[in-house]
Write a protein of this length. Sequence first.
Length: 325
Amino acid sequence: MIAVKHLHKSFRVHVRQARWIDAVRHLWRRQYRTVEAVKDISFTIETGEIVGFLGPNGAGKTTTMKMLAGLLYPTSGEITVGGFVPFEQKPEFKKMMSLVMGQKSQLIWDIPPMETFLVNKAIYDIDDRTFRRTLEELVELLELQPLLTKPTRSLSLGQRMRCELAAALLHRPAILFLDEPTIGLDVHTQEKVRRFIAEYNREYQTTILLTSHYMGDVTALCDRVMIINHGMLIYDGELSVLTETLAPYKRLEIHFPIVPSVPWDDYGEVVAMEDGKVTLRVPRDKVAEVSAHVLQHFHVHDLTIQDPPMEEVITRAFQEGLHGS
Ligand SMILES: Nc1ncnc2c1ncn2[C@@H]1O[C@H](COP(=O)(O)OP(=O)(O)OP(=O)(O)O)[C@@H](O)[C@H]1O
């Protein structure tokens, strides 16, 4: 569905002078430098996949997404999305994809969302029946009924994002680029948006590329992740493999009425010792044995086994400079 080969994008940026005298001198002779935002990345994404696109700030995620959506022209390399070359901006291409940016609204600010939906209906040439049916379904899934006729500017961030998603999906795109769709939303709304994306993908086999700084989005939605750092793809593979390779341990949280006074270091690395709770980092191959031992020898209220926090795994990926699999 999406194929990217040796993609590069560099920007020519004006160098600002720190001293005013240099700034004046360079008014006539501006200095430029080249920022290589994306350096030789290649990947393919199959129909129906949800792929997480991760990386620190400035890594090149948005630049890549904009090239995939046809908003930026690559410096070199090839992109095909659903058989189209995005920057040619063919009307058929625009009808098959949508780009949602958490930081940028496509809703018209001064009018209610319903009016933007009607504008999109005209732009995408959606017939009345299909429009009504699709809108009905999106209104129900995203709980939009009370929002449809309120001015967009009066909506909360979460309400607006739900309307953004509806606006982006009215023409039933086969491909969805989601750039930080949950940014700034409260935990409850993040959860709602996530559930919606998962359901929508299941129902329509929509191909989704998602960037997010919230690991909850990634763990809930993506089996596969691509990690980009300094414009280069450093990992492309299963999220679970990444976790197992970079964090070959699990977290054991054990709750007691009173924490027994024993050398917990013998069981694993002690991450935290709190009132009534011990958190251990235990190698994956020792987890079953340690858990069984603890349950057998102590009065335990509760014991949970968790994967290490995703933030930790991703940070390690950047530090260890992984190479694409
Ligand atoms: N229009 C532009 N002109 C000049 N430089 C740009 C432009 N757009 C992006 N860049 C630069 O390209 C690099 C990659 O930026 P990009 O926005 O793609 O990163 P990102 O991974 O999306 O970061 P974030 O998570 O902060 O959104 C950065 O160094 C950025 O400053």
